[in-house]
Design a protein around this ligand. Structure first.
Ligand SMILES: Nc1nc2c(c(=O)[nH]1)N[C@@H](CN(C=O)c1ccc(C(=O)N[C@@H](CCC(=O)O)C(=O)O)cc1)CN2
Length: 282
């Protein structure tokens, strides 16, 4: 293996220590940061991510509340709860854990959250601000990826970044953030023909497909930086990314592991956004 590992778990821990001090200062000014998370249904992965958010919040001194709702809750009821939270001055950040049950229109829910409390950075107003390079809440996973690259002083400006995946929460916004950093960005997706033609030209390859181990060293340019956003649970219960780690690590210069890569950074950036919301910065 030649690649250096970018360990998101360790970096997230460092960031939490810095944020803990920031929260102490904020509390001295009388502001008690609060994150309210809404969990609908009993998807075990969602439940475990929400637990991770509660634990990380407690570590930095952010007060967190979880509102648990049955999978049969109506969209109307969920909207009513969000409207109440929007009006509650003690709540700084609101997050609805995704995915939602099929009968609830995800976009209606995202758009109901006040943009000033949208610590996920998913509201169209915040997405628009991000696109135009304004200060706003950045979507947590893309923000985490940029923070990981910067933590290793990996050059972004002028580099060719190839992203595989075009979801609203990862693929599209990470491309925009990298464009804001002056990278040249190519988006690939399930309908891209001859994927390798693109990926082998990438200085930085970001993989967010949701298929275990499908990207190996044959898809890489020598010394590429590989960011694996995939989290796939195998039948034996273990977690693996979208990238065949050992194969890719033999050719890459830097690589993120799964677990302990991008995932923990998603939660760290959520805490960052919550502190920003508590400071009233948007
Ligand atoms: N409202 C949101 N919903 C979802 C988001 C989001 O940012 N906002 N992202 C994902 C899930 N997610 C956070 O919510 C998330 C995923 C993974 C991790 C993480 O730390 N993963 C660990 C492994 C954990 C495990 O053992 O399962 C790792 O990669 O090391 C944190 C958060 C979808 N929904």
């Amino acid at each position: 293996m030649s690649a250096q590992i970018i360990n998101g778990k360790d970096l997230a821990q460092e960031l939490r220590l810095e944020m803990k001090e920031e929260v102490v200062k904020l509390k001295d000014t009388g502001v008690n940061p609060n994150l309210t998370v809404i969990l609908v249904g009993d998807n075990p992965a969602s439940r475990s991510y929400v637990k991770g958010k509660e634990k990380a919040s407690a570590q930095v001194g952010i007060q967190s509340e979880v509102i648990e709702l049955s999978s049969s809750v109506t969209e109307e009821k969920l909207l009513e709860i969000i409207h109440k939270l929007n009006e509650d001055p003690s709540v700084h950040g609101i997050l609805v854990q995704l995915p939602l049950p099929d009968h609830i229109h995800e976009q209606h829910i995202i758009e109901a959250i006040s943009p000033t409390k949208d610590v996920d950075g998913f509201h169209p107003i915040n997405i628009g601000r991000m696109m135009t390079g304004q200060d706003t809440f950045l979507p947590c996973t893309p923000f985490g990826i940029i923070t990981m690259l910067k933590s290793k002083s990996i050059p972004i400006a002028g580099k060719h970044v190839v992203i595989i995946g075009r979801s609203n929460i990862v693929g599209k916004p990470v491309g925009q953030l990298l464009l804001n950093e002056n990278a040249t960005v190519t988006h690939c997706h399930s309908r891209t023909s001859n994927l390798k033609e693109y990926t082998t030209k990438a200085d930085i390859l970001i993989v967010a497909i949701g298929k275990p181990n499908i990207i190996d060293k044959e898809y890489l340019k020598a010394n590429a930086v590989v960011i694996d956003v995939g989290i796939n649970r195998l039948d034996n219960g273990s977690l693996t990314g979208d990238v065949d780690f050992d194969s890719a690590a033999s050719k890459a210069s830097y690589i993120t592991p799964v677990p302990k890569g991008v995932g923990p950074m998603t939660i760290a950036m959520l805490l960052h956004n919550t502190i920003k919301a508590a400071k009233g910065l948007t």
